[in-house]
Every structure is written in C-alpha cells, then in structure tokens.
Design a protein around this ligand. Structure first.
Ligand SMILES: [Zn+2]
Length: 204
C-alpha cells in the first residue's frame, strides 16, 4: 500500500515555518512580501527537485506541474496558501501545499505515472491580511473577481497587488481566469479557536 513519508512532510513543514518565524513560535509571511517570496522560493526549489514544472499566473498564483500519461487532459490539482496572518501559525495553508507536495514525492518514489497531470497550487493572498478581499488569488482564477480589480487592490500603505507582484517577481503570464481543473483537493488546518469554542469534536 502506498504511504507518505510523515517525517519528510514534517521536516518540510518545519523548514517552511522558519521563513518569517516570529519570537512567539508562529509565522508572519504576509502576501507578496519578501518573506512570502522567500517561502515561495523554498517551495519552488523543492518542486524543481521533485521534477515539477513551475508556472505563475497574472495574479501570482503559483503552479507546480507533474506531467500525466495523457497530458492534455485537465489537471487534478491540490494546494492552498503560503501567506499568513500577521501572527499566523505554522500549518494554516502551508499544510495543504506541502501535503500535496508529499503526495507527489510519494508518487515519484513509487515510480507511479498518473493518467492526468497533477498541479500543486499556491494561491495568492488567501488570508486577506495584506490585501482585500481574502481569497483574492483563487477568486481571480475562477473569474469571480476581475483581473483588473485584483491587481488594483491596495494594502494600507497604498501598495497595489500589481506593484507587489512586480517587486517580488511574481507577475506571471499564465492567463486569468484560469483553465478549470478536473478536480481540486485542499487539506486545510484552520489555526484558530473557533472550532474549540464551538465544542466541535476532534477528528480521529
Ligand atoms: Zn488558511
């Protein structure tokens, strides 16, 4: 049976947590800052090491592609975000991105070729801590938000998404809105008190 390497996933999570690490043990990696760019660069290096092909779209969403046997078919995608809240946690968003990478690494180790291509996605400004609205990158990808509006969103200093994309070299060429995926999976850890406050039972 195919099994992921939990130790490898954990060590990648810890390495990523060092990028923008705060004194309190959390992470501050606001969207399209130099810290976010450093996190994206680390992730990109891991993807290149895993044989994936990188591309970036017009709002900076980052895609890492593993070719499929029938490569013209729509991709099966999985991912999340690497940006954080000002006092963010180590796992919110990051887990979804690195879990997808661990799946790809596991497929590589087992020598498995999939019929459809696989794409790992890093969405831009999902937290909305720097630019509004939250989920800006995925909204632009699906066409729910016009590209111009997304690029013109500004932080409290008046810096636009377009400016921040240029400053971090993440103004890509892949078209917005994006091509629909065959399927999209996202594992997500919400590192907040809401579930505990609502007395939701933990998953076993
Ligand atoms: Zn999140």
């Amino acid at each position: 049976m195919l099994k992921i390497d939990g130790k490898r996933l954990w060590s990648s999570l810890m390495e990523m947590a060092a990028v923008g690490a705060t004194a309190k043990g959390g992470v501050r990696r606001l969207a399209l800052t130099q810290e976010d760019a450093a996190g994206r660069a680390l992730f990109s290096q891991w993807c290149v090491d895993a044989g994936l092909t990188l591309s970036v779209d017009q709002v900076g969403n980052l895609f890492a592609r593993r070719a499929g046997r029938f490569d013209s078919r729509a991709a099966v995608a999985s991912g999340s975000h690497l940006d954080t809240q000002p006092e963010g946690g180590r796992f919110d968003g990051v887990y979804g991105v690195l879990a997808a990478l661990e799946v790809v690494r596991t497929l590589n180790d087992a020598g498995i070729e999939t019929d459809k291509p696989i794409e790992i996605v890093v969405w831009t400004n999902e937290e909305g801590a720097r630019f509004t609205p939250a989920m800006l990158g995925s909204a632009a990808f699906t066409g729910a938000m016009p590209l111009d509006a997304a690029l013109d969103s500004r932080d409290t200093q008046g810096v636009s998404v377009a400016d921040a994309l240029a400053a971090t070299s993440y103004a890509g060429e892949r078209a917005i809105p994006g091509t629909a995926f065959d399927a999209y999976f996202e594992a997500h850890i919400e590192q907040g008190p809401l579930l505990r406050k609502a007395a939701c039972p933990s998953a076993s």
